[in-house]
Design a protein around this ligand. Structure first.
Ligand code: C5P
Length: 306
């Protein structure tokens, strides 16, 4: 049992890719009903939280310049919400270190929010249950509950209702990072526009992905990756088509735009294959940079307490 007060907490939260993402109708609240399979991968943001006299946030790492440091920052909103709901004055200094691409479709902002919830919860000793934290996460954004949860999970509703997915083994991914981000609302709006202007293909149900995950079959999984937002992301960023084709030509088992993009996730046979695929992709000049990451990864969790 810890007796000293906690002065500083560091939490690490993972990036996600959607192995399956089918987008349903646009709801009256502007969100879309989804069926998705979230998969956390080992690329992380870290958030430090220390006691302070005000609520502040700093951001470092790649793409930090384009992350807001005012009340639009999701980590700051997470701290404010947790404070409001627990009656704790929401004053804390948050320091975010970005390892997840900014505006890349990998839930980087959601990871920061989940990390801030976990960090402030520990720092303030709120004693909230896991379920209560998940409830607050859902109020912050559709992907925030999954950033807290990690692993592999089926998401429904607007993505915030989670059911863990049982699977075997782990998967080696190569993430191709694009120059600049894409706005998630813009990608959903493009999908609506495409659907309004004529029939567009929709991805089938998630069962093929669930079957592949159950047997730990990377080859089968590579074949069935599917994302309804992919065509919309390509329409807004046509170079993604070349990137997807290049990864497949280089031997990826499958490739998919991650969420609303523009990050593309390629599945490799194993770690060795991923090393080769990452090097080959980097040499093609079709993306800004590449990262390797294994999944499933853990959800937001404390890595240091002082
Ligand atoms: O929930 P979150 O803040 O991440 O959503 C960002 C935007 O993405 C929403 O404002 C909406 O435009 C779009 N979105 C959606 N349907 C979802 C999730 C997100 O239309 N299920």
């Amino acid at each position: 049992m810890r007796r000293q007060p906690i002065e500083r907490v560091t939490v690490r939260a993972p990036a996600k890719v959607n192995l399956h993402l089918s987008v349903g109708r646009r709801r009256s609240d502007g969100f879309h009903d989804l069926t998705t399979i979230f998969h956390a991968v080992g690329l992380y943001d870290e958030v430090d939280a220390v006691h302070a006299d005000a609520l502040t946030v700093t951001v470092s790492g790649e793409g930090a310049d384009s992350v807001p440091t005012d009340r639009d920052n999701l980590a700051m909103r997470a701290a404010a919400l947790l404070g409001m709901e627990t009656g704790h004055e929401p004053v804390v200094a948050l320091a975010i270190r970005k390892g997840i691409p900014v505006a890349g479709g990998c839930a980087g902002g959601s990871a920061d929010a989940a990390a801030a919830l976990v960090a402030c919860d520990a720092l303030w000793g709120t004693g909230l249950s896991r379920g209560e934290l998940l409830g607050l996460a859902a109020r912050l954004g559709s992907d925030v509950p999954f950033s807290l949860h990690g692993g592999t999970a089926l998401g429904t509703g607007r993505g915030e209702r989670l059911t863990p997915v049982l699977g075997q083994g782990s998967y080696s991914w190569v993430l191709a990072l694009a120059d600049g981000g894409l706005s998630t609302p813009d990608v959903y709006a493009e999908l609506d526009r495409q659907r309004d202007s004529g029939p567009v293909g929709v991805v089938s149900d998630a069962s093929a992905v669930l079957t592949a995950l159950r047997s730990g079959d990377a080859v089968a999984l590579g074949h069935v990756l599917a994302n309804d937002l992919q065509a919309a992301a390509i329409a807004l960023r046509p170079t993604l088509r070349l990137l997807l084709d290049t990864g497949k030509d280089l031997g990826a088992l499958g490739g998919i735009v991650s969420g609303s993009g523009p990050t593309v996730a390629f599945l490799a046979r194993n770690e060795e294959h991923a090393v080769g695929l990452a090097a080959a992709l980097a040499g093609q000049g079709v993306c800004r940079s590449v990262r390797r990451a294994d999944g499933p990864a853990h959800g937001a969790r404390i890595v240091e307490l002082a």
